[in-house]
Design a protein around this ligand. Structure first.
Ligand SMILES: *[C@@H]1O[C@H](CO)[C@@H](O)[C@H](O)[C@H]1NC(C)=O
Ligand SMILES: *[C@@H]1O[C@H](CO)[C@@H](O)[C@H](O)[C@H]1NC(C)=O
Ligand SMILES: *[C@@H]1O[C@H](CO)[C@@H](O)[C@H](O)[C@H]1NC(C)=O
Ligand SMILES: *[C@@H]1O[C@H](CO)[C@@H](O)[C@H](O)[C@H]1NC(C)=O
Ligand SMILES: *[C@@H]1O[C@H](CO)[C@@H](O)[C@H](O)[C@H]1NC(C)=O
Ligand SMILES: *[C@@H]1O[C@H](CO)[C@@H](O)[C@H](O)[C@H]1NC(C)=O
Length: 292
């Protein structure tokens, strides 16, 4: 009787092992890296992203020297630059339909083959925001594909990320954006915003009218060319100017302050890897670069 039970138990265990997918337990660093990446993206979800204004960024996510490139937005050097990009540009309510914000940011793909490196894909979901701060209908979605390099404590030291298809997302989140009236509204809104944010020592135009006059002569730009001497680049930097006017107002100004300027394509996206990622350059996101 006892023997029969044992045989049955073994048989059940055997069937279980044979039919279930085999997952080896993940090393602690794998889980740590995945949680870090998901925790970063969680702070892009409204209203979590407002943390950028309070300055209460949870410790352990970004190293103080965190540096990276986000295609097609630009290079970001150091902790403050990096968190401004990740959280300061996540959508906040605009008050204009469809008034979308990120209701979730799900890491849908993730690999990490060593403690220092991971790669991920996140899906941001844009939904309408109701008056009571709950989110409603689906407006659009956006994807970010990223490589990550972590320090010994698991905080992000370097990132190389890419956001495809922004123009298609903007078509849904800001309908009419590229019509002549839409572009005129964007320029007028930008010039009004800079006039209230870039004041005193940070003033870059004499008036909203002068801003309009100068920038209406520049390229409008496109969402796959956000790094350029154009209006779209300045619309991003005027939002960042709310956080650090002394840094970002010059980018909104007539010269582009070294940021809203046309960068040499090959230098910006390839030759500059060593300046952006450090001595390992383009090997920064390869496990073989690091000692076990
Ligand atoms: C991210 O946010 C989701 C939804 O609020 C939550 O369930 C999850 O625990 C968060 N993950 C991390 C790593 O913070
Ligand atoms: C950041 O870089 C500086 C200069 O290289 C260095 O002194 C400092 O230790 C670095 N900080 C961290 C947390 O690695
Ligand atoms: C919605 O969230 C924002 C940001 O946290 C807050 O300022 C506002 O009071 C909230 N509104 C309501 C109705 O809860
Ligand atoms: C955006 O929408 C307009 C009008 O419907 C269309 O002509 C244009 O091709 C769309 N652009 C993209 C990138 O989807
Ligand atoms: C664009 O905005 C300017 C300045 O507010 C205004 O004078 C002009 O009529 C607008 N043009 C269009 C096409 O809406
Ligand atoms: C190259 O990297 C440096 C930082 O070392 C940065 O100041 C410069 O803007 C970058 N230039 C381009 C074209 O990417």
């Amino acid at each position: 009787m006892l023997d029969l039970r044992l045989v049955l138990l073994l048989a059940i265990a055997g069937i279980g092992v044979g039919s279930a997918k085999q997952h080896k337990p993940k090393p602690d660093w794998y889980t740590r890296n995945r949680n870090t990446v998901q925790a970063i993206y969680n702070l892009t979800v409204y209203p979590n992203n407002l943390v950028i204004f309070s300055g209460d960024i949870p410790p352990g996510l970004f190293n103080e020297n965190a540096t990276g490139r986000i295609d097609p937005v630009g290079d970001f050097f150091g902790f403050q630059d990096s968190v401004e990009y990740f959280f300061g540009l996540a959508p906040t309510p605009t008050g204009q339909a469809p008034n979308g914000v990120f209701s979730s940011a799900d890491v849908v793909e993730f690999v990490s083959g060593c403690p220092q490196v991971a790669a991920s894909t996140v899906y941001f979901t844009d939904r309408t925001l109701n008056a009571d701060n709950t989110t409603g209908e689906l407006v659009s979605m956006l994807k970010q594909v990223a490589f990550w390099h972590f320090d010994d404590d698991g905080a992000v030291l370097d990132y190389d990320a890419w956001i495809p298809n922004i123009p298609k997302q903007v078509n849904l989140t800001q309908p009419g954006f590229f019509t002549p009236q839409g572009m005129n509204i964007t320029l007028n809104t930008l010039c009004a915003a800079q006039a209230s944010t870039c004041v005193g020592a940070n003033q870059v135009y004499t008036s909203p009218e002068q801003c309009y006059e100068i920038l209406s002569q520049r390229d409008f730009g496109d969402w796959d060319e956000v790094w350029g001497d154009n209006v779209i680049c300045r619309t991003l930097h005027v939002r960042l100017a709310l956080i650090r006017p002394e840094v970002h107002c010059p980018h909104v100004g007539p010269t582009g302050g070294g940021k809203c300027v046309y960068a040499d394509y090959v230098q910006a996206y390839f030759s500059n890897d060593t300046q952006v990622f450090g001595p390992s350059g383009p090997g920064t996101f390869t496990c073989d670069t690091y000692e076990d």
